[in-house]
Design a protein around this ligand. Structure first.
Ligand code: FES
Length: 142
């Protein structure tokens, strides 16, 4: 069996939503200390909806595929839904990732959460910090 699913390869080769939103309403940047990869998410919010989302990922193919899929999953969706996006949902949408690459999808979840928090803080919107608790990071990170 191939190491990577067709969906992973597709999103890696043709990533969706790559780029920068200059006047973003929220920006989140996270990194993985172990592999050194960095992911940045830009959000444009209108009336509580993720009107636009872009990403820059300086990292492995799985991180790029995860960012691409995650941005597709939150685009046009309510902010609360974007906040609930889990790395597991991203991995499922990609038809799986190898166990040692699951942490790459955690970056996507964390970057989106960081961007939403940035939006809340810039706009003085109260939020529950529990909603931003660390991702469902699998044991592969250890
Ligand atoms: Fe670091 Fe994939 S190896 S994000």
């Amino acid at each position: 069996m191939a190491l990577y699913s067709e969906k992973v390869m597709d999103h890696f080769r043709n990533p969706r939503n790559v780029g920068v939103i200059e006047d973003a309403d929220g920006v989140g940047e996270v990194g993985n200390a172990k592999c050194g990869d960095i992911m940045k998410i830009y959000l444009k919010i209108r009336d509580g909806i993720v009107e636009d989302v872009k990403f820059e990922t300086f990292g492995c193919g799985s991180a790029i595929a995860s960012s691409s899929m995650a941005t597709e999953m939150i685009k046009g969706r309510p902010l609360a839904e974007a906040l609930r996006l889990s790395n597991r949902a991203v991995v499922e949408a990609l038809d799986g990732l190898p166990a040692h690459k699951l942490h790459c999808s955690v970056l996507a979840e964390e970057a989106i959460k960081a961007a939403v928090r940035d939006y809340y803080e810039k706009n003085g919107i109260a939020y529950d910090p529990a909603e931003f608790s660390a991702g469902d990071c699998p044991s592969c990170c250890g």
